[in-house]
Design a protein. Structure first.
Length: 482
């Protein structure tokens, strides 16, 4: 009987004491026994649960004991500390937290945060996708910034993670970047790669200006190689990449890529690469006893790109280029099977305008296919201009009229050994059409049309010699359909 009475008296004393305690307004919820130390120092004990903050910065603390110093806006939690905020969770032995600006320090901490964007669920099996991190000291230095001292992180939750990164310090600015110092990548607990410093962008749109990860390689011809690149996020619609390759045997190469989005229907990309080689000799390139191959000193380049641009509501432009200056370089250095076996280069462009029933189009395109290092055939047009009118009713009558016209400078050229043949010529084509639809009966429609086509070529074939001569030839015919 004495013990229940004693506990009842303690409860009354505690309740009375808590009534005089000035709980900071930043703390919005509490659930535990309160011991008031003085007017500004409040202590919660035994399974403490506190909550506070507002908006996106709400938080909760769980601990064996929590002390709040109201005049300093400082919270000190000890014993089985757990902190949750914004989908993240941190467990620590001890924590010091500023309840006004939501910053703090956690000691011997380990935390996790859920991965909810750009996640492939199959990568995590039956586990929830999350990032695990730890550190001897973990500091929350701002609303979106953290710092780990002698810690690391991984997305593997196995007892022995498949991979993890450890570093002497990690500074994280969420949705911006992570900076690691003395970083070591470990696979299954085995150190694999060391970097004295690493800047890693973690923007939500996966784009950030910075140095890309260098790559190392080796081959029989190039020798050892190291490639470096810099990415420049100019703005949300434009970016550029500049890269440099160093080859110990052959020389070096450099180039760049530019991409843009100008709006609906307007976008493009362009890439260029220059290669400066010195003369080298390669022994037994295809196995012992095959001799020695010599590659001369040379300079080469390639250009690739495509674009489409909406000039106005009526006019659109398109263009593409896939061009290399030396096919032997293309086939020697490309590691992509398709590119290494590709023997064609091409470029072209087109501008098209439409105004009501009328369409005007201008096109230029060239394609060249190689048969070996020098022999090639070229075909294309430069320019090809067409002006067309879609079918329109003549003066409101049931008779419809339209036409198609085209002028083309056709390019045809072949080169085999010392012989080069140019068989290009000009062509003019005109084709008007008249159509009369019969629609008097609802169960039957008959379309009758008459078209006349006239074509003229500026050159022709001499029947006696079979060669192309500067003598024009024409053709015309009538096409009637019903």
């Amino acid at each position: 009987m004495t013990r229940p009475i004693l506990l009842y008296c303690v409860a009354i004393v505690v309740t009375a004491g808590s009534a005089h305690a000035q709980v900071p307004t930043a703390i919005t919820g509490q659930r535990s026994m309160v011991q008031e130390i003085d007017g500004t120092h409040i202590r919660w004990i035994e399974n403490v649960e506190l909550s506070g903050g507002s908006g996106d910065e709400t938080w909760e603390f769980y601990a064996d004991q929590v002390d709040v110093y109201g005049d300093e806006s400082r919270l000190v939690a000890t014993g089985s500390v757990v902190f949750t905020s914004g989908g993240g969770r941190v467990a620590a032995e001890r924590a010091e937290f500023n309840i006004d600006d939501n910053t703090g320090t956690f000691f011997e901490a380990r935390g996790s945060t859920a991965l909810v964007e750009d996640v492939v669920p199959s990568m995590f099996g039956t586990s929830e996708p999350e990032m695990v991190f730890w550190g001897e000291i973990m500091e929350k230095t701002g609303p979106r910034t953290y710092k780990l001292t002698r810690g690391g992180f991984t997305s593997c939750v196995q007892p022995t993670p498949r991979w993890e990164v450890k570093a002497s310090s990690v500074t994280i600015n969420l949705d911006q970047y992570a900076v690691l110092r003395n970083a070591v990548l470990q696979v299954k607990g085995v150190p694999l790669f060391y970097l004295p410093a690493l800047y890693y962008p973690i923007q939500s749109d996966d784009r950030a200006t910075g140095i890309l990860m260098p790559t190392y390689g080796a081959s029989t011809i190039r020798g050892q190689s190291i490639s470096n690149a810099v990415f420049w996020a100019i703005n949300r619609s434009h970016d550029a990449t500049i890269f440099h390759d160093l080859f110990t045997s052959t020389g070096q190469g450099f180039g760049g890529e530019y991409r843009y989005v100008g709006g609906p229907g307007s976008q493009g990309r362009a890439e260029t690469y220059f290669l400066n080689e010195r003369e080298i000799s390669v022994t037994d390139q295809f196995g012992p006893g095959t001799g020695e191959s010599t590659f001369p000193e040379r300079r080469s380049y390639n250009l690739r790109g495509n674009m489409q641009h909406r000039i106005s509501d009526s006019i659109r432009a398109r263009g593409q280029i896939d061009y290399f200056s030396d096919i032997t370089v293309q086939q020697t250095y490309q590691t992509n099977v398709f590119e290494a076996s590709n023997s064609s280069r091409s470029y072209g462009g087109n501008v098209t305008g439409s105004w009501g029933a009328y369409t005007l189009s201008g096109t230029g395109d060239v394609a060249e296919t190689f048969f070996g290092a020098e022999d090639a055939s070229l075909y294309g047009s430069g320019p090809r201009i067409s002006f067309n009118q879609s079918e329109r009713s003549l003066l409101g009558s049931p008779v419809y009229f339209g036409f198609e016209t085209e002028y083309a400078n056709l390019l045809r050229r072949s080169r085999f050994g010392e012989q080069e043949v140019n068989s290009g010529l000009n062509r003019i084509d005109v084709s008007p059409l008249v159509r009369v639809p019969f629609t008097k009966w609802p169960f039957l429609t008959v379309n009758s049309s008459v078209a006349w086509r006239q074509t003229y070529w500026t050159e022709s074939i001499d029947e006696s010699t079979g060669s192309q001569i500067d003598s024009g030839i024409g053709r015309s015919f009538i096409d009637m359909q019903a």
